[in-house]
Ligand binder design. Structure first.
Ligand SMILES: Cc1cc2nc3c(=O)[nH]c(=O)nc-3n(C[C@H](O)[C@H](O)[C@H](O)COP(=O)(O)OP(=O)(O)OC[C@H]3O[C@@H](n4cnc5c(N)ncnc54)[C@H](O)[C@@H]3O)c2cc1C
Length: 482
């Protein structure tokens, strides 16, 4: 076999047939066969200076080395190498934008190696073959540690501390652990069974999950102080950006996260159906915000049976390929067509919504919109309304998907008066410690809205910082808390 990348173009698994996938909520992406994955791994150039792991991957995954093992069919070794840096490859293998692929050296002249697909094959083979099994620590330390929040950051912190032999309790305000992996990201991108499989493993490994507990409301700081040596706050970004325009208080206008959560709760059998007001069935739906969360709303609304779906973005459309200002190895800021976009809906760019209009019952019926031109004013681009470009979109359901403003008011953080950064996130030092000794923070709560892979890296780093403090006998750093 000639392992020259020019002989083997990049191959992606593609998606299930649109008609079929719109009739269910199952994962839409298919998988490549083992042979195809081996061929794809053989496209890796095994670069002297690989940008995929050193520059791009927040976890520092040893990608060329893993690819080499896959190419040789040494899947168990590949799994060991992958999991030496990455605790939950099954999540990122499905939903990571693959920062690594954006900086793959091969992508300078050709298409990048399908690193995410290779990761998916390795981890799924690991489960299939029983290579991934509970790793119960042989020795337990006396210290008990608490993690607040069970999204990817909290799970990574809990896993890391548990593997180091600490007694770990995770508190979660929702009924089940998983954070946005469970309640935010749609099932058609990340099947909830995949999340549950990992959580069950973590339970078997000795981690305690206490759900339906809102820390700061149901349990106090004093309670935590008595039970735990230190606490990691990984509460995510809970405050979505709002749109303060006339008509905002009309019925039928919701935040995207509320809408997606309702569908996910239905999928995990937490409810007996999506509430009527959050169900797109038979409705015209408009999503304000052109990002990934907006795209997740499109796929969900189409599956619920929406009449028409529109997605509005105030920014102009990205170019189809890298601009001169966005060279390799930077993440390519290019227009992407998600699986949901393929399924339907209408997308508009450079559009601003000026007001919502309702009926006598106070229900939203229309959006008043206008096109904008982006003008360079003293080096800063600003949107200016374009003349005679206003238009109306009919909608009975409007979803706001315009990003997040940090954690927002948080009962625990506010009770402790934790210092905030300018963007509203929890301020942390280089050891992930907040302004209160003994309280650490990780993930979106401390970094701002980001990605699953970064949340995992942050959670793990915060756990390692706590372990270093305890094992190096620097407990004085926790003074004030203890
Ligand atoms: C709709 C949507 C789709 C996304 N899709 C992708 C994607 O495809 N790929 C990707 O990489 N990223 C995606 N992201 C981003 C990604 O989900 C987040 O960056 C990531 O989940 C952040 O992890 P986290 O652990 O910091 O926070 P979260 O996942 O938000 O978890 C925080 C948890 O803390 C709990 N909590 C908060 N306060 C308390 C309290 N006081 N007591 C107890 N529990 C508390 C919350 O209930 C929640 O479960 C998406 C985000 C959204 C909103």
């Amino acid at each position: 076999m000639n392992y020259d990348s020019r002989n083997y173009p990049r191959k992606e698994p593609g998606y299930r047939d649109i008609k079929e996938r719109l009739s269910d909520y199952d994962e839409v992406e298919k998988s490549l066969s083992e042979e195809e994955i081996k061929t794809q791994a053989s496209r890796c150039l095994d670069c002297g200076t690989p940008f995929c792991h050193g520059y791009a991957c927040p976890l520092g995954n040893l990608i060329p080395e893993t690819n080499q093992l896959v190419k040789e069919g040494l899947y168990k070794d590949a799994l060991e190498l992958l999991t030496s840096t990455h605790q939950f490859p099954e999540f990122t293998a499905r939903i990571c934008p693959a920062l690594c692929e954006g900086s793959c050296v091969l992508s300078i002249n050709e298409e990048a190696v399908t690193i995410r697909q290779i990761e998916k094959m390795i981890v799924e083979k690991g489960y299939e073959q029983g290579w991934i099994k509970p790793r119960i620590p042989l020795k337990r330390h006396k210290e008990h540690l608490a993690v607040i929040g069970s999204g990817p950051a909290g799970l990574a912190a809990a896993d890391c501390l548990n593997q180091k032999g600490y007694n770990v309790t995770v508190y979660e305000k929702n009924a089940h652990p998983g954070g946005l992996l469970l309640y935010g990201i749609p099932n058609f991108k990340l099947d909830k069974k995949i999340v549950r499989r990992r959580i069950n493993l973590m339970k078997e490994e000795g981690i305690t999950f206490e759900c339906d507990v809102k820390v700061g409301v149901d349990i106090s700081f004093n309670y935590l102080k008595k039970r735990f040596t230190a606490v990691i706050l990984a509460g995510g970004t809970q405050q979505p950006r709002d749109l303060d325009i006339p008509g905002r208080s009309l019925k039928g206008i919701y935040f995207a996260t509320e809408y997606l959560k309702a569908q996910n709760r239905e999928i995990i059998n937490e409810t007996g159906g999506v509430p009527e007001e959050l169900n797109a069935s038979g409705k015209n739906v408009t999503i304000i915000g052109g990002g990934d969360t907006g795209s997740d709303c499109i796929g969900t609304a189409l599956r619920q049976g929406a009449k028409k779906v529109y997605q509005l973005e105030i920014m102009p459309r990205f170019p189809l390929c890298r601009s001169d200002h966005n060279p390799w190895p930077e993440w390519p800021r290019i227009d992407r067509i998600s699986s949901s976009h393929q399924e339907g809906g209408f997308r508009y760019w450079s559009v601003r919504t000026t007001s919502f209009e309702g009926n006598k019952k106070g229900e939203v019926k229309k959006l008043h919109c206008i096109e904008v031109d982006w003008i360079n004013e003293k080096g800063k681009y600003i949107p200016v309304d374009s003349k005679n470009s206003s238009f109306i979109i009919e909608a009975e359901l409007v979803l706001l998907a315009m990003g997040f403003l940090g954690p927002g008011p948080d009962p625990f953080a506010d009770m402790l008066r934790l210092e905030r950064a300018i963007n509203g996130s929890i301020k942390i030092d280089e050891k992930h410690m907040t302004s209160v000794p003994g309280i650490f923070s990780a993930g979106d709560m401390a970094r701002g809205q980001s990605l699953v892979v970064r949340a995992i890296a942050d959670g793990k780093a915060a756990a390692e910082d706590i372990d270093n403090i305890i094992t190096s006998g620097s407990m004085a750093l926790l003074k004030g808390y203890r």
